[in-house]
Design a protein around this ligand. Structure first.
Ligand SMILES: [Zn+2]
Length: 478
């Protein structure tokens, strides 16, 4: 039987505020353990949380940017559970009355635009962190509560995602939007952008949903994709064997490349949610919403439209480039230095992004600066290197971060424009292929390309293609 995957994504994003959501402790990353704590975030008896207005400001920006309807009245609730990194025994979150609902994000799936619905956006506090095996003593675990009370927004998607690739696209777009808004740094390794996925399968063409599992612990886009691929295969095997999928939470083990059962899945009622009596309901009026709307920067959709118009590049190119604010900035800087937008979008999309993807790197970590790329493109125009050799130069720039001139000199990649040298190469090729020459002269014009290819091979790709064409024509047609 053929199955279709139904995927829903939950993203927790850390908001870039200076202080925590319900107290004035710092949110800075990497401080001495437990140094950024106070009675409020330690959950001491008798303390009262006070909502940080900045958190609401940032959450509203996100909700509006992803086209959500803002609730004029929302409420914080206690999510009760026990864990050593949660000193209060409950997490303050939002439950029935969330800040915002019913939004959407547009992605490109299989070359076409697709809408992924957003169920809700709500605010909550983060828990602390457990440290195991520190200092080599495996009999101890430690608790660091610096992260306790750091503001998060949770963004829950509708189960509209169908493939691991779509999931990855959705996450990249969402992270892009958060970065455009400057509300989250999007760092997956440091945990400021975390993703859980709900996955179930159903027979193709069926309406109802199958039993889902929840995947956790995927700390890169690549891992999200791999974990989903694995889980879909695992569930397919279970269903093919006539067995039933168990509802549970599973952890992705990146080293082993498998998902492992962590615990039976809990339902909402297991958490005994109830309104937090320490916090007044949150009222957001029209003025606050209007002001936030006005403060929104140019978002990916708008930027895409502008790129198409201003730089005359295809919609698809603009979509790819504007997914990340940093990539869009990189592109615009390149265009400023080398005003040929389409040539640059080709290089960025083909060579640059392919290279970054292979290394699972971000554009910020790219060793090829806009200046280096622009300079290399100028060298093609000047005839110093051929387009083909440029790919070798690019790879070298990527690995070493060196200037293209230096690489060309170091590797002897200068384009051969020396007439005599090229004539020699052409003569050699013609002498080595007498049969092809004969056939060409009998009218097999297609062979011309073969000769060009042979000469390029002979010169290790360094020959100036226009000159080769010219010389070949002269010698073959004479
Ligand atoms: Zn505190």
């Amino acid at each position: 039987m053929e199955f279709e995957a139904i995927i829903g994504l939950e993203v927790h994003a850390q908001l870039l505020t200076k202080s925590k959501i319900f107290c004035s402790c710092s949110t800075a990353f990497g401080a001495e353990p437990n140094s950024h704590t106070c009675p409020v975030c330690l959950g001491m008896p008798g303390v009262l949380p006070v909502l940080n207005k900045k958190v609401v400001d940032l959450a509203l920006k996100v909700a509006l940017a992803i086209h959500c309807k803002i609730a004029r009245y929302s409420r914080f609730a206690r999510k009760n559970y026990f864990y050593p990194d949660l000193p209060k025994g409950y997490q303050i979150s939002q439950y029935e009355l969330a800040l915002a609902e019913h939004g959407y994000i547009e992605i490109i799936a299989g070359g076409k635009p697709k809408i992924i619905g957003i169920t809700r956006v709500h605010m909550e506090e983060d828990a602390g962190k457990l440290l195991h095996d520190e200092g080599g003593d495996v009999s101890y675990s430690y608790v660091d509560l610096n992260r306790t009370g750091v503001p998060l927004i949770e963004i829950v998607s509708e189960p509209d995602v169908r493939t691991p690739e779509e999931a990855s696209e959705y996450l990249k777009n969402l992270r892009g939007i958060l970065q455009y808004l400057d509300v989250c740094d999007g760092n997956m390794e440091e945990g400021s952008f975390r993703c859980d996925a709900n996955v179930s399968l159903r027979p193709m063409g069926q309406d109802g949903f199958g039993t889902k599992t929840e995947l956790k612990n995927m700390n890169s886009f690549k891992n999200v994709q791999k974990a989903l691929e694995y889980e879909i295969k695992r569930q397919t095997n279970i269903l093919d064997g006539g067995d039933k999928v168990i509802q549970e939470t599973r952890l992705w083990d990146a080293a082993k490349g498998v998902t492992l059962s962590m615990r039976g899945k809990e339902d909402a009622h297991d958490y005994r949610y109830f309104p937090d009596p320490d916090l007044v309901p949150l009222a957001v009026d029209d003025k606050w919403i209007e002001e936030t709307k006005k403060s929104l920067p140019e978002l990916p959709d708008e930027k895409r439209g502008r790129f198409v118009k201003e730089y005359q590049i295809p919609e698809y190119d603009a979509q790819v480039i504007t997914t990340s604010k940093s990539l869009a900035n990189y592109y615009e800087e390149c265009v400023r230095l080398y005003p040929n937008p389409k040539v640059i979008s080709n290089w960025v999309m083909v060579e640059l992004l392919r290279r970054l993807k292979t290394d699972d790197r971000e554009i910020e970590e790219c060793p090829v600066s806009p200046k280096l790329l622009a300079r290399m493109l100028e060298m093609i125009d000047e005839g110093t290197i051929s387009g083909k050799i440029a790919k070798t130069v690019f790879e070298d720039m990527y690995l070493t971060g060196e200037a293209p001139e230096k690489i060309v000199e170091k590797k002897g990649l200068l384009q051969v424009t020396d007439q005599e040298e090229l004539v020699e190469a052409v003569e050699k090729v013609l002498a080595e292929n007498p049969k092809e020459v004969e056939n060409y002269k009998k009218g097999k014009a297609k062979l011309f390309g073969f000769f060009v290819g042979q000469v390029m091979k002979e010169t290790k790709g360094k020959a100036n293609p226009n000159l080769v064409n010219e010389i070949l024509r002269k010698m073959l047609d004479s």
